[in-house]
Design a protein around this ligand. Sequence first.
Ligand SMILES: [Zn+2]
Length: 432
Amino acid sequence: MNECLDSKGGIVELLRNAVRPYAWGSRTAIAELLGKPVPTPHPQAELWLGAHPADPSVLLHADGAQISLLEALRADPDRYLGARCVQRWGNRLPFLLKVLAAEEPLSLQAHPSAEQAAEGFAREEARGIPRDAPERNYSDPNHKPELICALTELHALAGFRDPLRTVELLAALNSPALEPYRKMLAAEPNADGLRTLFTTWITMPEPAVKAVLPCTLDACVALLRRDGVCRDFRPHRGSDFRYECRVILELAETYPGDVGVLAAVLLNHVALSPGEAMYLPAGNLHSYLRGTAVEISANSDNVLRGGLTAKHIDVPELVRVLDFSYGELPVQCGEPLGPQEIAYHTPAEEFQLTRLEWAERESTPVLLRGSWPQILLCAQGSVELRSQDGGYVTVPRGGSVWLAAADPEVTVCPVTTPVQLFRALPGLAHAN
Ligand SMILES: [Zn+2]
């Protein structure tokens, strides 16, 4: 990866970003994106682009100096973040951009609302739980709405399925062990019924889990034997639950005995194609199962887990923040902002994600306006950024740059096409 800055005097700065080595990560996807050798000796799960205190990006100056983005923001917030951003969020970058590379399922999780996060953080501070303690739920007082945009096909569980369809799935599984739960949900096919059944399962004592879980898996195997394995491995509509059964079996293989596997019976199973995105509001129960994606979220690390992990699980706290409303989440393909740019819309004030694309041999330059802090990530091809004073910087595939709010406008020119460039900025800003 090109880590030297060619810019002459501009404030366009290349970033070096931290790789987080969680066990569910891929040994190829992130290294390939960064042009590094594969496979890597350890899993690489997330690339963090931003100024999260746990792992801030580093600005690479033209003179060879390197400075943590977090320190740069604190030292000169007006220049880096701009007055409007500082007024709203203080000296903090409001968003965090990530590349996620999941080889195995991530934990089953939900994120708190702004009010829940503020209250939870204050409560844990008052109790004196160290911020880095494993049993700490709230590491900061912020909410964490997120948008996930697939780079490869991305499989996920996200939000509760319409309970009437879940009743159908339970009927299709046709297992005496599941019959009481099917009846329970059929009697109350709404958010309250989902709350009751989810809480029953997630708090089930171990002997009960040991009885119900294997029966569920046997029923999935039986269904696949009866209906045949689906070749295209995508969720189907109607009464075809083969995809769901396969996912449940795969989860159980990765996390044997984990009660979180049962949650997969209740959740929407989603497969996003490259370029498709999904917004996950506060309280949405989700787990990314497999694939590579760009994720943008508010700059927070507040996660409440319910299973599918070796990390700290706090079921009562999870159930407290969960939203039991149901139905499929809208899948976004992005709306055109200009000839080269599309935007994914969310209600989040903290972030906005757009994608710029140039087809093969296409060369139209695009002007990006400043006044807000921005991060650009080149996911395909390469581009050159030119500032008005004649400075320029080349951004290779996997490369990223920081555009300070005080930066004058920059022009993006495709170099190696086709190009795919992600652009992250605060949601309050209106891109271009
Ligand atoms: Zn999440």
